[in-house]
Design a binder for this molecule. Structure first.
Ligand SMILES: CC(=O)SCCNC(=O)CCNC(=O)[C@H](O)C(C)(C)COP(=O)(O)OP(=O)(O)OC[C@H]1O[C@@H](n2cnc3c(N)ncnc32)[C@H](O)[C@@H]1OP(=O)(O)O
Ligand SMILES: CC(=O)C(=O)O
Length: 541
């Protein structure tokens, strides 16, 4: 990688990211994330705080057995405790035992934290910074110095903050990183402070150490703050995947990296590595067990999703009309949504994705659009149920052959209370005509929808054996006009799978069973359509 305009990425998902409420990582989770970040080309991965908990100790041991390919894994720790020798501090022994080449030391910059948090003198804090870094250097470690509460400290007492920073530099830290620990600083303040600090550092040395930034997102400006620091000369950015972190999180690397590289011309990653950003974001959200943010810039599912008819029409003529970058650059993809906001362009585009060629002049196209808008007005939502939309389209085109016909069904539900735990059991009977034969079938389930699904699948199994692989994988219910009480309309979205692919269907009714039934039946029909046409479903697993 060329070093001109290079930015050194420092990922702290495994340490600061793990400080987010709701995240708890196992050693295996940490290893999986570290391997992905390594593969993506992140040069510094902060692995955790060895000595703070057994998992972090174990993580560094495991890495000795399965080393990463290119990344430096960094061990994190604070300065020695007041009034002891650095060599006697158990925490510093623990980070030495972690065996990394690089360590990050966090130290106080704000006088208030020294006197009220550490309960020590300003002078002793300076000694703690000096002794810790000098000791680690004497043990062959390279040191990154995270100046905690840098901006707040500098605002309150710039002289003391600068003494701390220069102490870290003089003791041998190779990077000085400005932390906006409380996350409330604004971009223009970041620019001003970094500018003043650079000037001050140049007063007593012709060269300045490498500078970094570690912003938190309490004011919602962490990414903008990181950019502001970079524009003033910082060359390391510390952040996390998906912005996870203490309180409101850290600078989101998934937003920051593409802005730096694609908008500002800095070099963070090779192009092929940048194209792994979306996959990395999704893998990390899966490992930490947090739903991905669909609206995340660059990597969210909706980041390049076009809904409005005008947008779709223009984007198909030239994508730059409504896209700020090419989605593929960050490994994302363009999506065309279908809804009441659609125009003919959406319908044509969706048809193409279903393998159907339509002509805009064809009256059927207009008919499909009108039917879509009417149904959406009744409460259907096709954006999330593309399988139902494909069935609607095929019906309009005379391409929806009848695979079975449901003549009627009954569901009987029991709510039993044998013990403290209520127990529900449902029995469904269904009459279906398949290929001219009338079938009457019954099946049980733990609720009415599963009983109905089981009965229908049982009735069809003889004719369509592939049905044995179909499963209901998700079931979502939404009350559409809650003020109408039990007369309210219900929308049901059902996700089905055949083990290889997933698809979603929708049903709407004032009767929740009827809405579920519509969605379940279309789900089965769509699965059979997939098999009969050997086409690919809406989402591959
Ligand atoms: C800004 C940041 O995000 S820094 C990273 C923060 N991350 C974490 O805190 C997660 C991991 N932390 C832990 O597991 C624990 O807090 C530990 C193991 C580090 C410390 O645990 P404990 O010894 O029980 O102390 P506690 O958690 O109450 O922290 C306060 C102590 O840290 C000391 N301390 C705080 N900052 C520093 C510092 N920069 N240098 C030295 N000591 C410090 C305080 O003086 C206080 O010491 P005292 O109890 O002797 O008065
Ligand atoms: C070091 C760190 O996590 C902070 O100051 O926010």
């Amino acid at each position: 990688m060329s070093t001109a305009n290079q930015i050194w990425l420092y990922d702290t998902t495994l340490r600061d990211g793990a400080q987010q409420e709701g995240i708890s990582l196992s050693v295996e989770d940490k290893l999986r994330i570290a391997q992905k970040l390594d593969e993506m080309g992140i040069p510094f991965i902060e692995g955790g705080w060895p000595g703070a908990n057994p998992k972090d100790v174990q993580f560094f041991w495991q890495l000795k057995e399965q080393p990463l390919t290119q990344a430096e894994v960094v061990a994190f720790c604070f300065t020695r405790r007041p009034n002891i020798l650095a060599a006697e501090d158990k925490m510093l022994q623990a980070i030495l035992a972690a065996g990394t080449r690089w360590v990050t030391i966090v130290g106080k910059s704000w006088d208030l934290h020294v006197t009220e948090g550490l309960k020590t003198s300003l002078e002793e804090n300076l000694n703690m910074i000096r002794d810790t870094i000098a000791y680690l250097r004497s043990q062959g470690r390279r040191v990154i110095y995270d100046a905690e509460h840098w901006f707040d400290g500098y605002k309150h007492n710039p002289d003391y903050a600068m003494q701390c920073l220069k102490m870290a530099r003089d003791a041998g830290a190779e990077w000085l990183v400005f932390c906006d620990t409380n996350g409330g600083t604004l971009p223009h303040e970041i620019s001003q402070v970094v500018k003043e600090v650079v000037r001050s550092l140049l007063e007593d040395s012709a060269t300045i150490p490498q500078l970094g930034i570690h912003p938190h997102n309490d004011g919602g400006t962490a990414v903008a703050n990181a950019i502001a620091a970079v524009l003033e000369g910082a060359t390391m950015v510390q952040g996390t995947i998906n912005g996870y972190g203490e309180r409101c999180g850290n600078a989101n690397l998934c937003t920051l990296i593409p802005n730096l590289q694609l908008k500002l011309g800095y070099r963070c990653l090779e192009d092929w590595q940048l194209a792994q950003l979306t996959a990395t974001s999704r893998l990390v959200s899966e490992v930490v067990n947090m739903a991905p943010n669909d609206r995340a810039p660059f990597v969210g599912r909706s980041a390049f999703a076009h809904k409005g008819g005008l947008h779709v029409s223009a984007v198909q003529r030239n994508p730059i009309t409504y896209e700020h970058i090419e989605p593929e650059l960050v490994g994302n993809e363009r999506r065309i949504l279908i809804s009441e906001q659609s125009g003919l362009s959406n319908v044509l585009s969706k048809a193409r994705s279903f393998g159907i060629e339509l002509d805009k002049q064809d009256a059927t196209c207009q008919h499909i659009l009108e039917r879509l808008k009417t149904l959406e007005n009744e409460g259907y939502q096709f954006e999330a149920a593309e399988a139902s939309f494909e069935l609607l389209m095929r019906e309009a085109l005379g391409q929806r052959s009848e695979m079975f016909q449901v003549k009627g069904f009954q569901v009987h539900c029991d709510m039993l209370k044998w013990t403290d735990m209520p127990y529900s059991n449902a029995l469904a009977t269904i009459k279906v005509v398949v290929k001219g034969e009338e079938i009457l079938e019954a099946a049980e389930g733990n609720g009415p929808v599963s009983a109905l699904d089981n009965a229908l699948r049982k009735a069809l199994a003889k004719f369509y054996p592939e049905i044995a692989n179909f499963h209901l994988t998700d079931y979502k219910v939404r009350i559409l006009d809650g003020s109408s009480g039990t007369a309210a309309k219900t929308r049901v979205l059902v996700e089905s799978s055949n083990g290889k692919e997933r698809w979603t269907t929708v049903g709407v009714s004032t009767n929740i069973l009827d809405a579920s039934y519509q969605a379940v039946i279309e789900g089965i029909e769509y699965g059979l359509l997939l098999k009969s046409t050997a086409k690919t479903a809406v989402t591959s697993i």
